[in-house]
Design a protein. Structure first.
Length: 305
């Protein structure tokens, strides 16, 4: 059916049509409806993506473009590419998350205050009289770790060769004032080996009147066998244990020392096929950190840069 204009109204109809078309094109060019300005639309999208999809009835814990479009009412008519374009316009990007651990220890502040006081006592005391150590254990695998290395863009990444599952255990103490690392390597650290390690550490500081040792809450550290044998030593036990907050590895700088070992030596090492050579070469790396080292203190965060 053809609708014809009445005589004399052609110009008016044409003007009305052009106005309507212009407004229609303008509305269609917007990525959000006229009731939203760019700022309010961006705020709404940010609030949605910062919450878990479960709160919107979705059976997943991370967002997809499709889910975002279905969740926000005024985005339901948009295609996936349009949603992607809209998020870029709002400067919302697909970003890798971060591992986050929260310590539930109700005595977190008290423990950290005791450790800070002991470190200050060691700093103020005459050289060598008061020692402060951070202690930790680590498992080193004969299988080389995979990491990043420089290669041509066109060639594959470096190979980490070795399929063995054998391990060795390390115990180490980082001196918070000197950067010296006292360590021992064993196949395992049961209560007997743990006591022997503490005894060995004490022998390294013959002039010290007290040795403060901050360490995690692994039960072996505080086992009755360990405590009783330290108390029975011929020479008085000078070690004073300071427990770190539970589930708080970031409070122990020795963790960064093990990270340094992994990054510098355990990645791509060529000794997976010979455990004897592996242990010999590993001992060599550890021996190089047995002397005082301000550089190591800087690296693990115990000295300001």
């Amino acid at each position: 059916m053809i609708i014809r204009c009445a005589p004399g109204c052609a110009a008016t109809c044409t003007e009305d049509w052009l106005t309507y078309s212009s407004r229609k094109d303008e509305a269609e060019s917007q990525l959000f409806p006229p009731l939203h300005d760019a700022e309010s639309a961006a705020t709404e999208v940010q609030e949605v993506v910062h919450r878990s999809p479960v709160l919107y009835g979705l059976d997943r814990h991370s967002w997809t473009l499709k889910d975002v479009g279905h969740t926000i009412d005024w985005m339901r008519t948009l295609s996936i590419p349009a949603i992607c374009k809209l998020l870029r316009r709002f400067k919302i990007v697909y970003k890798r998350g971060r591992a986050h651990v929260h310590s539930p220890d109700l005595e977190y502040n008290q423990k950290m205050a005791a450790i800070a006081a002991a470190r200050e006592e060691a700093r103020q005391a005459p050289a060598g009289e008061v020692v402060f150590l951070y202690e930790d254990e680590f498992t080193a695998y004969l299988r080389p770790l995979v990491g990043s290395s420089y290669r041509l863009r066109s060639e594959p990444g470096q190979k980490a060769t070795g399929a063995t599952a054998e391990t060795v255990r390390l115990a180490g103490c980082v001196d918070a004032l000197s950067g010296r690392v006292v360590w021992r390597r064993r196949s395992r650290f049961n209560v007997k080996e743990m006591y022997r390690f503490f005894y060995y550490v004490q022998k390294q500081y013959p002039q010290a009147k007290v040795i403060y040792m901050a360490l995690d809450n692994w039960p072996v550290h505080f086992h009755a066998y360990v405590q009783e044998h330290l108390a029975r030593m011929k020479k008085p036990n000078r070690i004073r244990f300071l427990p770190l907050p539970t589930y708080a590895p970031w409070t122990n700088p020795t963790e960064k020392y093990w990270l340094k070992l992994s990054r510098e030596w355990l990645r791509f090492h060529p000794f997976a096929g010979d455990k004897l050579i592996f242990k010999c070469e590993l001992d060599g790396w550890l021996h190089r950190h047995s002397d005082e080292s301000p550089a190591l203190l800087h690296e693990i965060g115990l000295l300001p840069i």
